[in-house]
Design a binder for this molecule. Structure first.
Ligand code: NAD
Ligand code: DAU
Length: 367
């Protein structure tokens, strides 16, 4: 059985990727995660106890711990997702972004290089270091055009600058040291288990709780939304079939203004309250519980500093060369997401209370 290391596997995308690979591959998975505020092992409850899955709580800046784990498990690849991921946090506190996203990626690259160098030729052929990155490294688009693999880097937030740095390090480790790397740059993800600091889960939960929906600026910024399970499928495809040294852009062709997204969420929640009277009992503060429109909660607030206007991805390289296209439309994905949050209020309550950070002690025993 081949072993794959996944960093950041307790986060939003990492946990979706692990759940996907446990069903759609034979890999043994080692999940390396520090469990910051964004890491939540409850998102992996469905695979807890599976003999193919191991969890290692460690910081990717800890070289000695990484070296020991590599020697112990002998992986045929690393898929690197661990990062500080929230733009607003990077604006108020950039230090963790520099530490994890830049120094952490450097440390992981050095550990992977040392491990790779002592593999025999056959295992060297197999080995891959797949770096998961973002479209934000390309900067901001005007009303037309798309980011592609050829777009020049132009990061504008502390978060995107730190991710751009990590992308450059990964490519340098390929060109200079021959580490077999792959890089993917993806647009905005949404779906189940999304931490409610990001636009879509924040808005869903605020609508249900009857809280204000903060719209930055005019709400006319555009994001290209991709359902998280489609991203997991794309990473799996690139990891196994991508050309070493290459970059692949991943996107959903679902460009929406923030206002369009928030309007859609409000209207879909309102429709669910009409269809199911019990929701008014479980969520009495939602405007829909009193027959009012949830759009009434929309509140325009001060804009995010340096707010990128528009992101949109041309994912045709991935479609043409590796045959990946998204399976979900925005309409199907956003409906499934709202239903997931309505049906998983225990997860939501845990995340909001911070209780999930004790989940490790209660539910995990060393294998
Ligand atoms: P997330 O914030 O939900 O999860 C990040 C995970 O990394 C958490 O489990 C956290 O505990 C872990 N982590 C943080 N610092 C660590 C450290 N020093 N050592 C070990 N683990 C650490 O993030 P996400 O939204 O799942 O994003 C995952 C990756 O995908 C990131 O690299 C992000 O830049 C990239 N990405 C995200 C999106 C998106 O829309 N969310 C889009 C494109 C790319
Ligand atoms: O494009 C990929 C990136 O998408 C990832 O690399 C990041 O990790 C991920 O967080 C996401 O970044 P964004 O900044 O685009 O996502 P966020 O959900 O924070 O914001 C989406 C848009 O909504 C953005 O234009 C800001 C706006 N917004 C956000 C919040 C949280 C609001 O108007 N109000 C809000 O309360």
């Amino acid at each position: 059985m081949k072993t794959v290391f996944i960093t950041g596997g307790a986060g939003f995308i990492g946990s979706a990727l692990i759940r996907h690979l446990m069903v759609n591959s034979d890999y043994a998975i080692v999940n390396i995660d520090k469990l910051t505020y964004a890491g939540n092992l409850a998102s992996l409850a469905s695979i807890q106890g599976d003999a193919r899955y191991t969890f290692a709580q460690l910081d990717i800046c800890d070289r000695a711990a990484l070296d020991a784990l590599l020697i112990q498990h002998q992986p045929m690849g690393v898929i690197h997702l661990a990062a500080e991921s929230h733009v607003d946090r990077s604006i108020s506190s950039a230090g963790e972004f520099v530490s994890t996203n830049i120094v952490g990626t450097f440390t992981l690259l050095e550990a992977a290089r040392a491990y790779f160098n002592q593999l025999d030729d056959a295992r060297k052929q197999d080995f891959r270091f797949h770096h998961v990155s973002t479209d934000e490294v390309f900067g901001s688009l005007a009303e037309t055009g798309f980011f592609s693999e050829e777009t020049a880097y132009d990061p504008r937030s502390p978060y995107s600058a730190s991710k751009a740095s990590s992308d450059h390090l990964v490519r340098a480790w390929h060109h200079t040291y021959g580490l077999p790397v792959l890089v993917t740059n993806c647009s905005n993800n949404y779906g189940a288990y999304h931490f409610p600091e990001k636009l879509i889960p924040l808005m869903i939960l605020n609508i249900l709780a009857g809280k204000a929906l903060p719209i930055y600026g005019k709400g006319d910024n555009v994001r290209d939304w991709l359902y998280v399970d489609d991203h997991a499928r794309a990473i799996h495809r690139v990891f196994e079939q991508g050309r070493v040294g290459d970059t692949y852009c991943i996107g959903g062709h679902n460009e929406k203004t923030n206002l369009e997204v928030v309007h859609t969420l409000c209207d879909l929640v309102d429709a669910r309250f009409v269809a199911d009277a019990s929701l008014a009992v479980t969520h009495p503060h939602c405007p829909a519980a009193q027959g009012k429109a949830s759009r009434s909660l929309m509140t325009y607030v001060t804009d995010r500093p340096g707010h990128d206007h528009r992101y949109a991805i041309d994912a045709s390289k991935l479609a043409n060369e590796l045959g990946w296209t998204p399976q979900e439309t925005f309409e199907s994905g956003i409906a499934a997401t709202i239903d997931w949050y309505l049906n998983n209020q225990d997860w939501v309550a845990q995340v909001q209370s911070g209780e999930y950070q004790q989940w490790l002690d209660k539910n995990y025993t060393e294998r």
